[in-house]
Design a protein around this ligand. Structure first.
Ligand SMILES: Nc1ncnc2c1ncn2[C@@H]1O[C@H](COP(=O)(O)OP(=O)(O)OP(=O)(O)O)[C@@H](O)[C@H]1O
Length: 623
């Protein structure tokens, strides 16, 4: 068993390394256009290090070649002091340049990756968003890309600058005195021991702190989005308690991480002091024995002090490198995800003006992923310009049917066609232009009313937007607002009522003129006054368009040309409102129930009927 576990761990590591290789290769392709900047950074680093490390050497020259020899010529010392000053200025300027260039390259690379990542995520199919929670996608776009920036600004910088500093220091020490240098290098195993023993502990504490932080952030995000429910159910105290617990956990892990870091840094300082004492004793004896000059001892002590800083820095970057690896793998695994729904190779453009709006579902079978089918061999044929009402129990497959028409998912069997062309043979951007979708919660952006109606498409004139708002009856609402059509809506249009938001989304339909209109529970959240407004607007926008209306509230679809009733992925009844009432089946039962006749219904249907009753009073708690 332990052998198998080891095998599994090895396989996991191999997988991680393989995907790490791919990620690094990908990262390099983003870094390639900045090769010149990286070369400039390298040049600046070399000059800055040389300028810094030559300073002690200069003091050594002043001591050994002038002071110890009793040179009375003050002007030589003045020149040495001048050069020293020049080296400091040079170190300052080139360190500044190196940081600037590196930040510029790093930030540009990360900005390009972020842009590409956002574009790639936007192209994914709905099944992808079903699988991956939006919280983790937000983390990938924000903090994972930020960690990549740290890879450039900290890890890469440290490896280059501190690595080169170490090499230069050792070379200078050898140049000054080979024997003393070899004695000093005895310390290297001790340094490695401390670094290795701290490394795994530091990594664990770092990971625990990050996990606790992301849990805390997720908790806050969840709370903010559900604040209404929390307040309605008086959950503030319980939520506060849970937050305090998470906060305390984060505080403790953070403190542990800080303590570990301090301990590690101080251990290195101690080691630095120990080595200074060691060199003072060993080198002092050598000076007394006249085997090395005093200036060499001075330079040696300075270099041995500087020796520990780069090692400390590089070790500190280990954690950042680890998280950069993880972030890089996560980002590249997104890049490698191919959208499940893709344009077919032979997909051909459809001339919107020629589309009549005939829709055919032929023998459609559909399941989410590898799950059980939620639509079974469904046939539905819609004439151009016809209005179809769709009702049914909760989970009957109404929204799924619409998703197939919009090609958010592909059918498993059968076909969905528009004017005889399979939706899989129409490019997605064309298909989505043919269809206008209004959902229960319309999506409004932070921006003006004008921009929200024309979806930031500046080719659509202001006059056209105003005319559209007037047609759906949204103009009275807009005129009441302080800046009229230029009034800015806050995030998701939170300053407007549900009905007002819906009117704005109806105006969008008028402006974009889709051939097919879909309303998915668009009236579910509305009170009866708003519903009347929306009904009027619906009459205007559905004019001349094939319209599919999913509604739990029967009043919304009573006037449809045809109503279909769905149950467990199948159409069980079909006809006009009157025909279905005469049929005396499930629809009639639902209608009676919505009229207040509380007859006993089969249990699952009772739930749906109760749902309908609540929606019809405008207090739906669904979704
Ligand atoms: N993204 C999804 N992933 C997996 N299963 C899903 C997904 N969306 C819906 N389902 C399942 O598919 C079935 C049909 O759901 P659908 O949303 O189409 O029903 P509906 O008739 O629109 O229901 P409602 O009236 O409650 O909105 C349900 O059993 C539901 O749980």
């Amino acid at each position: 068993m332990p052998f198998r576990r080891r095998e599994a761990a090895l396989a996991k590591t191999a997988d991680f390394n393989a995907s790490n290789k791919i990620a690094y290769k990908g990262l390099m392709s983003y870094a390639k256009p900045h090769t010149k900047t990286f070369l400039a950074v390298f040049g600046c680093i070399v000059v800055a290090i040389a300028a810094d490390l030559l300073q002690p050497y200069l003091v050594k020259v002043a001591i050994d070649d002038h002071l110890m020899k009793g040179d009375k010529n003050a002007s030589t010392l003045l020149i040495i002091a001048g050069i020293y000053l020049l080296l400091s200025v040079c170190g300052f300027v080139f360190t500044y340049l190196q940081n600037n260039y590196l930040q510029e390259a790093g930030q540009s690379i990360v900005a390009a990756i972020r842009k590409q990542l956002f574009r790639h995520i936007s192209k994914q199919s709905m099944s992808y968003f079903d699988r991956i929670p939006s919280g983790s996608l937000i983390t990938h776009v924000s903090s994972d890309t930020e960690t990549l920036n740290q890879f450039f600004s900290q890890v890469l910088l440290s490896v280059l600058r501190d690595g080169l500093t170490l090499v230069f220091i050792i070379a200078l020490m050898f140049h000054l005195d080979v024997r003393l240098t070899l004695y000093c290098l005895i310390l290297i195993p001790l340094i490695a021991l401390i670094a290795i023993s701290f490394r795994s502990y530091m990594r664990t504490t770092y990971q625990i702190t990050r996990t606790n932080l992301s849990r805390l952030v997720a908790f806050v995000a969840e709370n903010l989005s559900g604040m209404r429910i929390i307040q309605v159910f008086h959950q503030e105290k319980e939520q506060q308690r849970q937050f305090d617990e998470g906060n305390q956990r984060y505080f403790k892990s953070n403190m542990r991480e800080i303590r570990t870091n301090v301990l590690f840094n101080r251990s290195f300082d101690m080691l630095g002091n120990l080595s200074v004492a060691f060199v003072t004793w060993l080198g002092g004896n050598a000076v007394l024995g006249h085997s090395i000059p005093f200036g060499v001892l001075f330079a040696f002590i300075t270099y041995i002090r500087q020796f520990f800083q780069p090692i400390n820095n590089i070790t500190q970057q280990w954690n950042t490198l680890q998280s950069a690896n993880v972030s890089m793998n996560r980002i590249w695994s997104i890049f490698e995800t191919v959208p499940e729904v893709q344009d077919a190779a032979g997909a051909r453009e459809v001339e919107a003006a020629q589309v009549k709006g005939k829709i055919d579902f032929d023998g459609v079978k559909f399941a989410y992923g590898d799950g059980v089918p939620v639509i079974h061999h469904l046939d539905l044929h819609v004439r151009p310009g016809e209005m179809i009402g769709i009702v049914g129990t909760t989970g009957a497959g109404k929204s799924s049917l619409i998703s197939l028409l919009c090609r958010f998912y592909d059918v498993k069997q059968g076909s969905v066609t528009i004017d005889g062309t399979d939706v899989r043979d129409i490019p997605q951007h064309t298909l989505h232009r043919l269809i206008g979708l209004v959902q229960q919660e319309p999506y409004l952006y932070s921006g003006s009313i004008i921009d929200n109606v024309r979806m930031f498409d500046e080719t659509i004139s202001r006059e056209r937007v105003i005319e559209a708002c007037r047609m759906v009856g949204a103009d009275t609402l807009v005129m009441r607002m302080k800046d009229g059509y230029d009034s800015r809506l806050s995030e998701r249009g939170s300053g407007l009522s549900a009905g007002e938001r819906q009117l704005i989304s109806f105006a969008r339909i008028i402006v974009f003129q889709p051939k097919i209109l879909i309303l998915d529970e668009a009236t579910a959240n509305l009170d009866s006054h708003s519903e009347q407004l929306i009904q009027r607007a619906l009459t205007v926008v559905s004019e001349g368009r094939t319209t599919l209306v999913i509604a739990h509230r029967l009043s919304t679809i009573m006037n449809a040309d045809r109503i279909i009733v769905m149950r467990q992925g199948e159409i069980v009844e079909e006809g006009t409102h009157q025909e279905l009432l005469t049929l005396g089946g499930y629809y009639e039962e639902l209608y009676r129930h919505s009229q207040g006749e509380h007859e006993a219904l089969p249990s699952s249907e009772a739930i749906a009927a109760v749902d309908m009753a609540t929606t019809s009073s405008g207090c739906s708690s669904r979704r």
